[in-house]
Design a protein around this ligand. Structure first.
Ligand SMILES: Nc1nc2c(ncn2[C@@H]2O[C@H](COP(=O)(O)OP(=O)(O)O)[C@@H](O)[C@H]2O)c(=O)[nH]1
Ligand SMILES: [Mg+2]
Length: 295
């Protein structure tokens, strides 16, 4: 219950804004002017122009067909149209499972790994953390803290060690101990894109070579950055094929709308959402719940 109420609370701001505006513009008549205003409401909630116009087109057709009169019925249709944008096939969670977690500095990668560790642990899985961010000593110390909190194992080395070596040893340790879940932390420094690119590619190569289980590359993005997130998706997807997104800091944001933009433009599913800094503040993403909490 705790997690859910937090999740609902997280999107409350977005919901208030969108719902209030729809009530303001909904006067019974669903004319062109109404739809134009609706599109504006969606775009200003960070649902991109492309995604907003698709939502509006779909809802327009449906509303005509179903002869919608009330605001409640209209919102139901709108929800349907929004869910269909987010309805991207998610890879099933099959074990053993390895996540390589990537993203720019400060988006919440290390925190998300701590929360994921706890989440899988609660589901009776054996989890190993791999401290692949060797750029700063503080990074592996931070991950060590999370490993203690979540009570899971960690493989780490000193600052400056080749992240490839950490990943290699981490994976082989996980295989030896028959772990179910391996979570790899990575550095996100952006001032050196080429260095970052090479590092991540090398990690991906080692994962491909050493790991036989299910493997995914997940990009962490900070919901409060809004449309900037799209640039990050673009950049990281060029380096590594991304299989999913972890959207963090929804608790501090009225910008959950960016998920529609990502789904529409890149067809990459959102897998988890972060709603705080605590161990339990992470949820698998569910499009219906998400939309239900937006309008
Ligand atoms: N409010 C909030 N803060 C978060 C969330 N996820 C991470 N943070 C904070 O964001 C900051 C950066 O997180 P960190 O995991 O170190 O980011 P990294 O550089 O990508 O590894 C820290 O202060 C975290 O506590 C979240 O879902 N909600
Ligand atoms: Mg980090």
């Amino acid at each position: 219950m705790g997690i859910f109420s937090k999740f609902f609370g997280a999107l409350k701001k977005t919901k208030e804004i969108i719902s209030k505006k729809i009530s303001q513009i909904f006067v019974g008549e669903l004319d062109d002017e109404f739809y134009e205003e609706l599109e504006f409401v969606l775009v200003s909630s960070d649902i991109s122009i492309e995604a907003s116009s698709e939502i509006v087109e779909n809802v327009k057709k449906l509303a005509k067909k179903e002869k919608i009169k009330t605001e409640e019925d209209f919102k139901k249709l709108l929800r349907k149209a929004m869910i269909s944008i987010l309805d991207i096939e998610n890879r099933p969670t099959e074990y053993p499972l390895l996540y390589t977690i990537v993203g720019v500095n400060g988006v919440g990668k290390t925190t998300a790994i701590g929360k994921l560790a706890h989440y899988f642990k609660q589901n009776k899985k054996n989890v190993l953390l791999v401290a692949g961010d060797t750029f700063r000593a503080a990074a592996s110390e931070q991950l060590t803290e999370w490993s203690k909190r979540a009570k899971v194992r960690i493989v780490k080395y000193n600052e400056g060690v080749d992240p490839g070596a950490v990943v290699f040893d981490g994976i082989n340790s996980a295989i030896a101990k028959k772990d179910d879940v391996v979570l790899i932390d990575t550095a996100g420094r952006l001032h050196n894109k080429v260095g970052l690119m090479e590092e991540l590619k090398k990690i991906a190569k080692i994962v491909a070579k050493e790991w036989n289980g299910n493997s995914e590359n997940l990009l962490v993005i900070d919901a409060t950055t809004g449309q900037n997130a799209l640039t990050q998706v673009e950049m990281f997807n060029e380096i590594l094929p991304l299989s999913g997104i972890i959207l963090t800091k929804l608790d501090g944001s009225s910008k959950g709308g960016v998920v529609f933009a990502i789904a529409k433009k890149y067809g990459i599913p959102i897998k988890y959402v972060g709603v705080g800094e605590g161990l339990e503040d992470l949820e698998p993403f569910n499009a219906e719940d998400f939309v239900q909490n937006i309008i």
